[in-house]
Design a protein. Structure first.
Length: 248
C-alpha cells in the first residue's frame, strides 16, 4: 500500500463517467472533497481490510477489483463477494464495530479514503448521500442473496454461469470490460471454487464443459461470456440493464 502523490480532485473523479454509476451533483462533490483524506494504491494480493480488526476508514474503489472473504480457523476461506469501482469498502464496520470480513485486491486498486466518523455528519448534512449509503448496503445484501441461492440450490454449471454473468455485468457497468463481453481478471480456479462451494476438480470439469457448450470461456486471465442474454437466462440472472448505482 502507498499513498497517491497527486489524488484526483473530486470534480475530476473518473467514476463520474462510468456508464453504470450515477454522477454526483457539484455541491455533493464539493462536500466529499472536504472529508476525503487521500488516495491509496494496493497491488494484487494486498490486504485492504483484515477480519476482526478495527479500521477508522472507509474506501471507495476508484480503479480495480477486490474480493471480500471470511477465513475459518483451519485456513479455509469463503469468498462472499467481489467489489468493483464505485463500491464502498468497510461499510459493514462503519458503525463502531470491528470488520466482519477481509478484503483483498484481485486487480490493482486505487482507493479514495474517508474517516468513518465523518459519515455521521454526512448523513445529517446530505440526506441524499446517506440514502445512497443505505442503498449500497441493501444492494450488497441483494448480491449476497443471489450467491447464497447458488450455494444452496443451483447446479455446478448454473453456479459458474451465474458468477461469470454477474462479474461481466458489473464489469460492463463500470467500463472495465472489453469489447465482446471480455473481462481481463486473473482469478484462479481455486478462488472460483472458494466462491461457489465446489471442489477444485469439479470446478475444472464444469468450466471445461461450459467452454465446450459456448456459454462461458473462463481462463486464468480472462472471462468471456459470448452471449450474455443466453447465459443470463440459463442461470436465471437479471441483467442490470439501465440501472445505475450511486457512489460516494
Amino acid at each position: 500500500m502507498f499513498e497517491v502523490a497527486k489524488p484526483y480532485a473530486c470534480r475530476e473523479c473518473p467514476l463520474q463517467h462510468c456508464p453504470g454509476l450515477r454522477p454526483l451533483e457539484e455541491r455533493q462533490l464539493d462536500y466529499i472533497q472536504t472529508i476525503k483524506t487521500g488516495e491509496y494504491r494496493f497491488e494484487r494480493g494486498d490486504t485492504v481490510l483484515q477480519e476482526q480488526e478495527s479500521c477508522d476508514y472507509l474506501f471507495t474503489i476508484l480503479e480495480g477489483v477486490a474480493i471480500r472473504f471470511l477465513t475459518l480457523d483451519d485456513g479455509r476461506r469463503q469468498i462472499v463477494n467481489f467489489m468493483f469501482p464505485g463500491d464502498l469498502i468497510g461499510l459493514q464496520g462503519a458503525f463502531d464495530d470491528v470488520v466482519s470480513h477481509s478484503v483483498e485486491a484481485i486487480l490493482p486498486l486505487r482507493l479514495c479514503r474517508f474517516r468513518r466518523n465523518d459519515f455521521v455528519a454526512l448523513i445529517k448534512e446530505h440526506p441524499r448521500l446517506g440514502y445512497d449509503i443505505t442503498w449500497l448496503a441493501a444492494k450488497e445484501e441483494s448480491a449476497l442473496e443471489g450467491h447464497l441461492v447458488s450455494l444452496g440450490q443451483r447446479s455446478a454449471r448454473e453456479r459458474v454461469v451465474f458468477l461469470a454473468v454477474w462479474l461481466l455485468d458489473r464489469a460492463l457497468a463500470t467500463g472495465i470490460a472489453r469489447e465482446g463481453n471480455k473481462f481481463a481478471m486473473p482469478i484462479t480456479q481455486s478462488q472460483i471454487a472458494d466462491m461457489l462451494g465446489l471442489s477444485l476438480v469439479h470446478t475444472n470439469r464444469t468450466i471445461r464443459a461450459l467452454d465446450r457448450d459456448g456459454l462461458v470461456q473462463w481462463t486464468s486471465r480472462e472471462i468471456c461470456v459470448p452471449d450474455m442474454e443466453k447465459a443470463a437466462e440459463f442461470a436465471d440472472f437479471d441483467l442490470s440493464g439501465k440501472t445505475v448505482r450511486p457512489f460516494i
